[in-house]
Design a protein around this ligand. Structure first.
Ligand code: PMP
Length: 358
């Protein structure tokens, strides 16, 4: 086998590793930044009432009903909207469409770990810009010549967000390349820059239904930009998969957008549980930045993050630990229901107690 000549042509890539999806539904899952609340009641109705007969047909090419609903929700034209299979698909499409330069694209060193994977896959040169000791992104690091810029706002896994001033500064210093702002968590934060797409013809904003709309399992994501950029993304999409969104994904996403009240209520609950949990963790001695997302990124000065991770895992609570430079003393904890966070805090407290006595 070793000697097979075709082996030298195989792809050599280290894939992105997603949070574990255990089979056991008794596990308290706080490891994938999913929303603990169900999708809007209208989404459940669509699924209940769907006539399987309709599945004989292909879905709407380009997810037109969803684009219309998104355009209405965000006060944009349908030509400003792109839809894909989760924002991962949308981001990968944008990387393919816009990052074809010999110059490196820039993104922070601590950020969504899918970016370097797409760069490897698509052979895009990249340069990472170190965040500071408090995990803040220094906008000046992004002023230099580049082949494109990607910044998540809020950033992941740090949970830190930036405001309009930062984004405008970034855009004003990057007029000749495409700037992608990944807003997967923006609904939990202070600022979304969708309003800037009319002002900056090189700005792409990506968002998702996976977090704030509890539809991770449906895989729906979108991008907002000026029509010319959307057309380039559409051309890439139509060059490898012309019907990425299935009928149920389109219909449930539309139903979710129709219930703004439910959306606001569940986002509000996540935000208040998040802030309460942050205070509890601080009272236990953890350090953590103020989160603008649906997760907390915390470290304890006296205990190893990996030990806490393993301990709560034994108790059936899954959180995320990244054994990576600069963040290996941190835990990323998704915000769940108040009861789930009580269980997490109780398990953490008993870890601290047991290990303080020893
Ligand atoms: N961007 C960031 C920063 C994320 O954390 C995630 C979730 N893993 C995504 C994009 C992609 O999410 P989805 O494909 O579910 O929209």
């Amino acid at each position: 086998m070793e000697g097979k000549l075709w082996r030298k042509n195989l792809i050599d890539i280290e894939p992105y590793v997603a949070g574990e999806q255990p089979e056991d539904d008794k596990i308290i899952k706080l490891n994938a930044n999913e929303n603990p609340y169900p999708p809007a009641p209208g989404v459940q109705r669509v699924i209940r009432e769907k006539d399987a007969q309709e599945l004989k047909k292909y879905p709407s090419a380009d997810a037109v009903p969803l684009k219309k609903a998104l355009a209405k929700r965000y006060g944009l034209g349908i030509g400003n909207v792109f839809c894909g299979n989760g924002s991962d698909d949308v981001l990968a499409t944008a990387f393919r469409a816009f990052f074809n330069s010999d110059k490196p694209i820039f993104f922070p060193d601590i950020t969504y770990s899918f970016y370097p994977v797409w760069c490897e896959l698509l052979k895009i040169p990249f340069e990472t810009k170190p965040v500071d000791g408090d995990f803040k992104i220094n906008v000046c690091d992004f002023y230099g010549e580049n082949g494109g810029v990607v910044v998540p706002n809020p950033n992941a896994p740090t949970s830190i967000g930036v405001g309009k001033g930062f984004i405008k500064d970034l855009l004003d210093h990057n007029r000749d390349c495409i700037v992608i702002i990944d807003e997967a968590y923006a609904d939990f934060g202070r600022y979304s820059c969708v309003e800037l797409i009319n002002e900056y013809d090189n700005l792409i904003v990506t968002q998702t239904f996976s977090k704030s709309r509890s539809l991770a399992g449906m895989r729906v994501g979108m991008a907002f930009a000026q029509p010319e950029l959307i057309q380039y993304m559409q051309a890439v999409k139509d060059s490898y998969n012309s019907y990425p969104l299935d009928q149920l994904a389109i219909e449930t996403a539309v139903a979710s957008l129709e219930d703004e009240g439910y959306f606001k209520e569940t986002v509000g609950k996540v935000v208040s549980v998040r802030d309460r949990t942050a205070e509890r963790l601080r009272a236990m001695g953890f350090d953590l930045p103020d989160s603008e997302t649906n997760f907390l990124f915390c470290t304890h000065p006296k205990f190893r993050a990996e030990d806490i991770f393993s301990y709560v895992r034994e108790k059936g609570i899954f959180i995320r630990y990244f054994k990576k430079p600069r963040i290996d003393s941190y835990l990323r904890i998704t915000v769940g229901t108040p009861e789930q966070m009580d269980a997490l805090c109780a398990a953490t407290e008993s870890f601290l107690e047991e290990n303080t006595q020893a």
